[in-house]
Write a protein that binds this ligand. Structure first.
Ligand code: ATP
Length: 319
């Protein structure tokens, strides 16, 4: 049983055809399929692993296009359902010259938000070795209830639960609600991954020192990761912890780096779950995941940048 099942949103990012402009200045946009949970599923499949995606898309041209992208990338799309009354979510996204990201979401509501617990393909969820999710699916009902139910089904079927909150401040009614709801399912996870920004958001402390990270640690966790961009990541388990540096690359666009990182790490963990108890094996898996994140940061977009295994091994050998 090596299947990674990823739950949540899949959408189309529209990104400017030229770099470093605001959304208002952008002369034109291109489609960039994404949504962190979908990226994670594709990251796993790109490495040759079993992956499935569970979520809802609009029964429209874009929704069908996204389902085809999952299939074309080797992801089991049997957990995808379509909504005939709502559109596939869209987001206009840009990285301005000053380094700030601008987002504009079209979700009023979008199909992903309308997934109900009844519509969940539980047979797909029950096959998961790892069930992975974010927090965007927690924002609005009925998807929130579907999300909570899916976690329960996965847990009862013996899956490890993996949580990457993937904070998108603009999608929440308030930052307080974001923090409360993100933390409302914190204790149930087996594996959690946060970025430096999320660590600060959730703890209120601007530091990646171990004592700050440990505020997010729970005794039931098997693994907690704090990603540090080009610095690699810190990791924590019950028995050991450490920092694993990343690889030196020419950074172009970090979109999807976090998804490549967690997807590849989950792939390694389902292949050899004993890595969660073995420092050498775990650090080896994290090195691999860092390399996947690094490669993804060298190319534009998320899905096109997710690496195959040979590319990852080449970067690791070269270093
Ligand atoms: P995202 O940016 O996708 O929302 P995130 O903030 O978790 O997620 P990062 O910390 O940017 O993602 O990257 C995840 C991992 O990818 C890092 O821990 C690191 O291993 C690798 N990585 C990202 N950017 C670089 C880089 N410029 N050079 C080397 N490795 C990188």
């Amino acid at each position: 049983r090596e299947l990674v099942v990823s739950f949540g949103e899949m959408l189309i990012d529209f990104v400017p055809t030229v770099a470093g402009v605001s959304l208002a200045e952008a002369p034109a946009f291109v489609k960039a399929p994404g949504g962190a949970p979908a990226n994670v599923a594709i990251a796993v499949a790109r490495l040759g692993g079993g992956a499935a995606f569970v979520g809802k898309l609009g029964d429209d041209e874009f929704g069908r296009m996204l389902a085809n992208i999952l299939r074309d990338n080797g992801v089991d799309a049997g957990g995808v359902v379509f909504d005939s009354g709502a559109r596939t979510a869209l987001a206009f996204v840009t990285l301005r010259a000053d380094g700030e990201r601008e987002f504009m979401f079209y979700r009023n509501p979008s199909a992903d938000m309308l997934l109900t617990a009844d519509e969940l393909k539980v047979d797909v969820i029950k096959r998961a070795a790892v069930f992975h999710y974010g927090s965007i699916s927690l924002i609005a009902e009925p998807c929130r209830t579907a999300h909570l139910h899916a976690m329960k089904v996965a847990k009862e079927a013996g899956a490890l639960l993996s949580y990457d909150p993937n904070l998108r401040e603009a999608l929440w009614p308030s930052l307080d609600e974001a923090r409360t709801k993100i933390l409302s399912i914190w204790d149930q996870a087996d594996i959690v991954k946060v970025s430096e920004v999320e660590l600060e958001f959730l703890t209120g402390i601007n530091s990646v020192e171990d004592d700050v990270a440990m505020k997010l640690w729970r005794p039931t966790f098997k693994l907690m990761l704090v990603t540090l961009g080009d610095q690699g990541c810190k990791y924590y388990t019950k028995d050991f912890r450490g920092t694993v540096p990343s690889y030196k690359v020419q950074q172009v666009d970090t979109t999807g780096a976090g998804d490549a990182f967690i997807g590849s790490l989950l792939r390694k963990i389902v292949q050899d779950p004993s890595a969660l108890q073995d420092k050498t094996k775990l650090e080896g898996a994290i090195k691999f995941a860092n390399a996947c994140g690094a490669i993804t940061a060298t190319k534009k977009g998320a899905i096109p940048s997710l690496p195959k295994e040979d590319e990852v091994l080449r970067l690791m050998e070269k270093a």
